[in-house]
Write a protein that binds this ligand. Structure first.
Ligand code: ATP
Length: 287
């Protein structure tokens, strides 16, 4: 099977995860139990998912000139992702997610940082990679004008594009017609489409699998029944896998089944990227 060229336009973050038994109230200091830095961001996660599944992946995104930027770049390189286009922004922090976790609750503060510098100018400068892709993957953690520019560019050059509209953000409804597939989860689907069906929709439904439209009819591809450890990054694995399978030239039902299998494997380990499977692992589950 051909090795598809996948370009991911999106965010690159460092997740700063603090675990605690007790949340501090206003003005209080408490002792936490553990701290970890874990590479994340929907863009980088989807790039890692596609690379593990054997695609030729190019990342279009920005990191800061801080220590995290260095680590995030090395992480992409270690995964075999082409990161020559990833720009380091001077005097800017890398994108961060400050996550406070306890057994009962979690609280998250996101800092866009260098992700806010993924501009239309930058996209123009990296256009070569985008227009030479078998599939482009785009999410909503970068500026809105860049998102719209990327959709327009792919439409103009007839490059297949998967838009994962997370976190949910409204776009003028006619823009969805320019996109090959749009992959909201159930919450984003309700927020952005009011439950409405359009031909290009693939709605992920957690352990309920994924719904898509084939020959005008709604189809449900059930999820794989697995023991869940951590669902963080399930959606990202689904999107990365979907792009790889479609980029290889497979049919939509086949690609959705493969994406369900990849995502099911990813929820069996802690952390977004840690559980992302290889192609052999997915094939073993499907057979
Ligand atoms: P997240 O934000 O946790 O990364 P999401 O909300 O974007 O995920 P979901 O719809 O929850 O996306 O899950 C995406 C896909 O992952 C599902 O379509 C399914 O294939 C797989 N998946 C998620 N949860 C489970 C589960 N408990 N068991 C099996 N597969 C799952």
């Amino acid at each position: 099977m051909k090795r598809p060229k996948i370009t991911v336009v999106g965010s690159i973050n460092m997740d700063l995860v603090t675990m605690t038994d007790q949340f501090p109230v206003q003005g209080e200091t408490v002792r936490g139990s553990e701290f970890q830095t874990i590479p994340g961001g929907k863009g980088a996660n989807q790039a890692v998912a596609a690379a593990r599944l054997g695609a030729d992946v190019t990342m279009i995104g920005c990191v800061g000139d801080d220590e995290f930027g260095e680590q995030l770049l090395s992480n992409l390189k270690r995964e075999g992702i082409n990161s020559g286009n990833v720009r380091r922004i001077q005097n800017t922090s890398s994108g961060l997610a400050n996550i406070i976790l306890s057994e009962q609750d979690n609280r998250i503060i996101i800092i866009g940082g260098a992700n806010e510098h993924v501009s239309t100018d930058y996209l123009d400068q990296t256009k070569e990679a985008i227009i030479n892709s078998d599939y482009v993957l785009l999410q909503f953690e970068i500026p809105k004008d860049t998102i719209m520019y990327c959709i327009e560019l792919c439409h103009q050059y007839d490059i297949p594009l998967i838009v994962n509209p997370a976190p949910a953000m409204e776009l003028p409804s006619e823009w969805w017609k320019k996109v090959t597939y749009v992959t909201p989860n159930e919450t984003e689907h309700a927020q952005l489409f009011n439950g409405e069906q359009i031909e290009s929709l693939i709605v992920t439904k957690g352990k309920g699998g994924a719904e898509f439209i084939l020959d005008g009819k709604k189809q449900l591809m059930p999820a794989y029944n697995v023991k869940v450890v951590d669902t963080t990054g399930a959606g990202d694995t689904f999107n990365g896998a979907l792009a790889v399978r479609l980029g290889e030239g497979n049919s939509l039902p086949e690609a959705v089944q493969f994406a369900n299998a990849a995502a099911a494997l990813s929820v069996q380990k802690m952390g977004a990227q840690a559980g992302m499977p290889t192609k052999e692992e997915v094939n073993r589950l499907i057979e």
